[in-house]
Design a protein around this ligand. Structure first.
Ligand code: UTP
Length: 296
């Protein structure tokens, strides 16, 4: 088995109900932070980590994603005619090499585990990454790259891990910790969306490096928390079968862009990080905060 990770699955078949009515017509992953859709942040992170094959698990109504990664000769010709070199360069980052991208349909939103399982025939017998584009992570070194470097030292299933307050634990897969060494946490159990008594304050967020056995575990999976086929359950089975699972405490700030509050926070943070927008945006933010305080 090869240990180098060059394939990533992007499960984007969810209904995105928290963003209705927008997501009735626009896939959540096409919604923009400043001027780039969520999916572009995920692709850039994957490319920086050495991913070369991009597998999208999509569903009905997601064709905007396919168009986004396609060339648009008419638009490109028009920009060339107008000598808009900078925008042409930006557009290049949205293009994929022929054969580098594949789309698989999940016919029903049966859960994240089921979405990953839908891609099984494209994965081969090698470890792979899973990236959830609605978790956007601002970091000096991209989160997936941090994880792949840790994986090269300690091959095994690995999930991105982040501390969350106890009252939020029921929204996440939570880790039961065996031991910790630096950023790496050896895991002895995982619970998806615990209603009470989470085993720790370390939550799984949307970056995974998985061994091919996880796909086999998913073959036999039935519905878990929320009636969905859960990826967490298939990873937890790895522990019962004696294979290692690690949590990785990544460096960086994660935004939950699957929620409205998280999406707004990310918009402000990414806006402030942009040189061309920072001054105008911060003047505005200061002014409205000031009005807010005065009103109190
Ligand atoms: P979410 O739990 O955020 O669900 O899925 P969602 O449908 O996208 O959004 P809400 O909760 O209805 O607002 C986490 C990730 O798993 C994918 C989603 O597309 C998202 O990237 N997913 C989830 C699938 O691909 N298929 C599924 O059956 C479920």
């Amino acid at each position: 088995m090869r240990n180098k990770i060059t394939k990533a699955i992007f499960p984007v078949a969810g209904l995105g109900t928290r963003f209705l009515p927008a997501t009735k017509a626009v896939p959540k992953e096409i919604m923009t932070l400043v001027d780039r859709p969520l999916i572009q942040y995920a692709i850039d992170e994957a490319r920086a980590a050495g991913i070369r094959e991009f597998i999208f698990v999509t569903s009905r109504g997601k064709s905007a994603l396919e168009d986004y990664f396609d060339h648009n000769p008419q638009l490109e010709a028009e920009l060339r005619r107008k000598d808009k070199k900078e925008i042409l360069e930006v557009l290049k980052t949205t293009n994929m090499d022929s054969g580098a991208i594949a789309y698989i349909r999940q016919h029903k939103p049966l859960g994240l585990g089921h979405a990953v399982w839908c891609a099984r025939r494209l994965m081969g017998n090698e470890p792979f990454a899973v990236i959830l584009p609605d978790d956007v992570i601002a970091a000096d070194k991209p989160c997936l790259q941090q994880m792949i470097e840790a994986f090269e030292e300690n091959p095994g299933n690995m999930v991105a891990a982040m501390e969350v307050p106890a009252e939020k634990a029921s929204n996440y897969g939570m880790l039961d910790i065996e031991s910790e060494q630096g950023n790496l946490v050896a895991v002895k159990g995982m619970v998806e969306k615990p209603k009470q008594d989470p085993p720790s304050n370390l939550a799984v967020i949307g970056r995974y490096l998985l061994m091919p056995e996880v796909l086999k575990n998913l073959n036999k999976k039935s519905a878990g928390a929320n009636g969905e086929i859960q990826l967490t359950d298939a990873i937890a089975q790895e522990i019962t079968e004696g294979r290692p699972v690690y949590g990785y405490r990544f460096q960086g700030e994660r935004f939950d862009c699957g929620s409205k509050a998280g999406f707004l926070q990310a918009t402000v943070a990414f806006g402030l990080a942009r040189e061309d927008l920072r001054d105008e945006l911060s003047v505005y933010l200061r002014a409205i905060m000031h009005v807010d305080k005065a009103a109190q």
